[in-house]
Write a protein that binds this ligand. Structure first.
Ligand SMILES: Nc1ncnc2c1ncn2[C@@H]1O[C@H](COP(=O)(O)OP(=O)(O)O)[C@@H](O)[C@H]1O
Ligand SMILES: O=C(O)C[C@@H](O)[C@H](O)C(=O)COP(=O)(O)O
Length: 331
């Protein structure tokens, strides 16, 4: 089964949300208290997804707000350097700062992220800075859930979704839940549900769908039966190394196995998965194959130090799919 996109547009994908900085522990396999050096990369889930998509050959654009400082300029320069259109990345004029994510790699299984996100520039994106002329030039609008956490970014995203729907741009919602940016789970649930119901494709982990539903121990079947009463045609629910499931409105269910890999750290899995999954869908591959591309891309990125710079090429993904063993489902 394939997802149909509008055929010709200048951009394949425009992402909206945060473009920030990751500071990844250079000395890993130890707690952050003992980490003395960190390496700087561009980060932020939607920026990572746009970078991954661009490296795979998609024409990508970005809507976001950057701090007027060295970090903001580094991000813009890096993203432009990998081929992303940065014309709609506006620069904050009110002294807000770039969001930072320090990563702790205690062991391959035990990773965490310490985020500095108070008053960050990306959450000050204003609805007036979201342009219909820009959005209508794309086939996909990729929305990051974190951009809904606070106003005015929240309204900017809601406007972008409306404009996408008005212009036949497919809305892909990556739940991307980061608890500390939200006032409460009740609030998250309200905005996640609102945007998920309007999206064409919703992607998230099982835990993130539980946040959307404001419950614990939800089931994939209940999630999709609710969402298929609304706009989504496809819902992708990820279960870490245990793989992922794509549910189509037609009733078909597709399974994506993870690939065995030498894990350095677990973060970056979701963003690399999303970029390669969307690349495959937009390149006309069926959902089964798109799941393989997503899983293979994640297997590569979790074996490397960064999320953004580690994003693979199509050749690397296809080679891994051809050669690598799949993780059995019950692991
Ligand atoms: N330890 C791992 N080894 C190999 N692949 C992994 C591993 N963890 C995650 N993946 C792959 O990355 C995908 C997304 O991972 P997941 O942890 O569910 O998302 P997120 O990073 O958004 O929390 C999974 O569906 C799987 O294919
Ligand atoms: O999203 C962020 O702000 C931090 C990311 O840049 C970081 O690389 C990360 O956590 C990615 O993890 P993922 O969501 O598992 O892909």
């Amino acid at each position: 089964m394939k997802i149909e996109f509008i055929s010709e547009r200048e951009f394949d994908i425009i992402a909206i949300g945060r473009a920030c900085i990751d500071l990844n522990a250079v000395e890993y396999n130890r707690p952050m208290e003992e980490t003395m050096t960190f390496k700087k990369y561009v980060g932020g889930s939607p920026a990572n997804i746009a970078i991954g998509a661009s490296k795979l050959g998609l024409k990508a654009g970005f809507i976001g707000k950057l701090a007027d400082d060295q970090h903001g300029r580094f991000i813009k320069q890096y993203m432009a350097g990998v081929g992303i259109d940065t014309s709609n990345m506006v620069v904050d004029q009110e002294g807000h700062k770039t969001g930072l994510a320090f990563t702790e790699i205690k062991s391959p299984e035990e990773c965490s992220i310490l985020m500095y996100r108070d008053e960050v520039a990306d959450l000050f994106l204003d609805p007036t800075e979201v342009s219909e002329d820009y959005i209508k030039r794309s086939r996909i609008l990729l929305v990051s859930g974190t951009a809904l956490a606070k106003s005015p970014s929240r309204e900017a995203v809601l406007k972008a979704v409306q404009l996408a729907k008005r212009n036949d741009v497919k809305v892909i919602f990556e739940l991307d839940y980061r608890g500390y940016t939200w006032a409460s789970k009740e609030e998250t649930s309200v905005y996640y549900t609102m945007v998920a119901q309007q999206s064409n494709v919703v992607i998230g982990t099982r835990d993130e769908f539980d946040v959307m539903e404001n419950r614990t121990d939800g089931s994939n079947e209940a999630t999709v039966s609710h969402l298929f009463k609304h706009s989504p045609d496809l819902v992708v629910i990820k279960h870490g190394v245990e793989g992922s499931y794509a549910y189509a409105k037609s009733g078909e269910v597709f399974i994506g196995h993870a690939y065995l890999t030498k894990v350095l750290k677990t973060f970056g899995a979701g963003d690399s998965y999303a970029s390669a999954f969307l690349y495959a869908l937009i390149s006309g591959k069926d959902i089964e194959n798109a799941l393989k591309y997503g899983s293979a891309s994640a297997a590569i990125v979790v074996s490397k130090h960064s999320s953004s710079e580690a994003m693979p090429t199509v050749e690397e993904i296809e080679q891994l799919i051809a050669e690598r063993t799949k993780v059995p489902l019950n692991q």
